[in-house]
Design a protein around this ligand. Structure first.
Ligand code: AQP
Length: 325
């Protein structure tokens, strides 16, 4: 299977990004042809500073490597290093309606969040994402729940292109994790954990023990003191139970039993301990990688060369089919 996915270098990658996407990628790279991208062009659609973007691209590469992506098993590259992404996005825009783009939930959420930054590329975000996926003849796209709608639109665009011009694209399917597809904010468990929100709402993959303790102990819980999984009535504790289960490998049922009658504070203290231990290897690897900037650059350049070969071959077919010589 050919796998494609990416992350926007827009801030510190958090445990939501890890549990929703990266964790899945680590196992997928063993038996599949995986391509993982740092989608910097997507990062330009929300407010950013050029200096921060540069730093965030390197930080995202460090996250990929520290989390366990192996450049000998998968292709790692930066989106803007392969020009075909922007070219194909433009062409796909010619067969996508304005209504389809305006309907996207992420577009609606982002214009609400950044009313001062409503730009055309934000609306066209799903076209660039479709190009990312379709350029590589992708079979599966492992992402969190928030990206499912974009993958579905990508399938529709692929079908439409193939019908209109002749078959070029594969219809990629979304791959959601069974659990952890939508990790919620620690301060408002009714909305997703997001890296451009207040740092109190998320835990970075490289968070220090003191930060982990502070954020988990301050996480919003629900009325009552029972440790019970019920996302509608107890969204706060259900979110913490999900995080606990995914990092410990214990089922929710086992955890409910283990913490029966023990109250929120004891449960939170155990979660702090678990997170400190689970994230420690990531912090250690990050420290090693921080002094290896040349090595990281080489990985990304090599990745871009390999990605370009596949992307150019797809684009050759696309141009031919669309009548561009
Ligand atoms: N809370 C989440 N739970 C599970 N998965 C999540 N993802 C994001 N948030 C959660 C998944 O992580 C991957 C990378 O995310 P992204 O950078 O492409 O997109 P995003 O949705 O823009 O991420 P953030 O953290 O919410 O950042 P901002 O604030 O910049 O928008 C994707 O697979 C996504 O599904």
């Amino acid at each position: 299977m050919r796998i494609f996915s990416g992350i926007r270098p827009t801030g510190e990658i958090h445990i939501g990004n890890y549990l929703g996407a990266i964790k899945n990628w680590i196992s997928l790279q063993e038996k599949n042809e995986c391509i993982f991208c740092i989608v910097d062009l997507h990062a330009l659609t929300t407010p950013y500073k050029p200096k921060d973007l540069e730093k965030n691209i390197t930080e995202t590469a460090i996250v990929y490597l520290a989390a366990g992506l192996d450049p000998t098993k998968c292709i790692l590259f930066v989106q803007s290093d392969v020009k075909e992404h922007a070219e194909l996005a433009w062409l796909l825009g010619t067969i996508t309606s304005l209504g389809e783009l305006k309907r996207m939930t992420q577009f609606k959420e982002k214009i609400r969040k950044h009313p001062e930054y409503i730009n055309a590329s934000l609306l066209n975000y799903p076209l660039l994402m479709a190009a990312d996926i379709l350029l590589y003849q992708t079979d599966l796209v492992p992402v969190g729940k928030d990206q499912q709608q974009h993958v579905e639109l990508t399938r529709e665009i692929a079908r439409r292109f193939n019908r209109k011009f002749g078959k070029v694209f594969k219809e990629a399917k979304v791959l959601l994790p069974k659990m952890g597809a939508r990790i919620m904010s620690l301060q408002d468990p009714r909305k997703k954990m997001s890296k451009t929100d207040d740092p109190k709402e998320y835990i970075e993959l490289f968070a220090k023990p003191t930060e982990i303790r502070k954020k988990i102990m301050a996480a919003v819980t629900d009325p009552g003191k029972e440790i019970k999984y019920n996302p509608t009535k107890k969204p706060g504790i259900s979110n913490l139970l999900t995080i606990f289960s995914l990092f410990s490998g214990k089922s929710i049922k086992e955890l409910e039993k283990e913490f029966k009658g023990k109250g929120y504070e004891r449960f939170k203290k155990s979660l702090v301990k678990l997170l400190i231990n689970s994230l420690e290897p990531f912090r250690r690897k990050r420290k090693e990688l921080l002094s290896r900037e040349v090595y990281i650059k080489e990985i990304l350049q090599k990745g871009a060369r390999r990605a370009r070969i596949i992307a150019q071959s797809t684009m050759q077919e696309v141009r031919k089919k669309m009548g561009l010589i």
